[in-house]
Design a protein around this ligand. Sequence first.
Ligand code: XBP
Ligand code: MG
Length: 230
Amino acid sequence: MPIAALIFDVDGTLAETEEVHRAAFNRTFAEAGLPWVWDVDLYRELLKVTGGKERIRRWLAMLGADAPALSDAGLATLHAAKNTVYGEIVRSGACALRPGVATLVEEARARGLRLAIATTTSRANVEALLPATFGPDGPSLFEVAICGEDVVAKKPAPDAYLRALEDLRLPAEACLALEDSANGLAAATAAGLRTIVAPSLYTAHEHFDGAEAVLADLAAFDLAVALARS
Ligand code: XBP
Ligand code: MG
C-alpha cells in the first residue's frame, strides 16, 4: 500500500532532547532540595522506563528504603517543575533538530504526505519543542500529535501509535514510523507499522531487530526510494 503519512517520535528522533530532560530533572531536584544527580550512565538505565513521572517512580524504587516519602501529588508537582525547566531550556534555543529532520519534513509535505507525532513525552514539551526547532509554523506541520497524556500505556505499548492511526484514519500499512529507541520500535511494530530507526545518543547500544532500516540519522533516509518501494 502506498505510504500516505509519516509518524514521528519526538525525544531522540526530532531532536536530541534527552540531555535537556536530564539537565531539567537535575536542576529541579536541586531546587527541591533533593540530593539526587542523574549522570549519563544512570540516565541511560532510567531511560528504559518511558515517561518522566514513571522514571522518577523507578528511581524511588531503586533508592528503596532511602527513598523519601513522595505522594502522587508531590511526584506530579516535581515532574511538572521539570517540564517547566525543560520548556525554558528548549525555548532558549539550546536544542536543534537532528540532521535530516527538517529536509525530510519539507520533502514529505512537498510530496503530499501527512505528518503525525506519537510520543510518550508531555504535550507541553512538544509545544515548546516544535516552535523552537521548526519555527513558528512548527506545530501546524503535524496534523495529529499524540502525547503522553493521551494514552493509558506508554511505549513500548502500541497505544500512542494506535491513537495516531485512528486520528489519521489510516491503516498501519499506509504509514511509516520514525523512531530512535528499542521501546519506540516495539511500540510502532506492535501497532503494525514499518519503522525506520535512527538511534540517538542514549539508544545507540540498543538492538533494533524488526526495523525496516537502521540509519545513522534521517539525513540517510531516502524518502523517494521508500515511496517507490511502497
Ligand atoms: C521519551 C520519554 C520521555 C521523556 C520525558 O520516550 O521517555 O519520557 O524522557 O518526557 P519516546 P516527560 O521518545 O520513546 O517517546 O517527562 O514529559 O514524560
Ligand atoms: Mg524517542
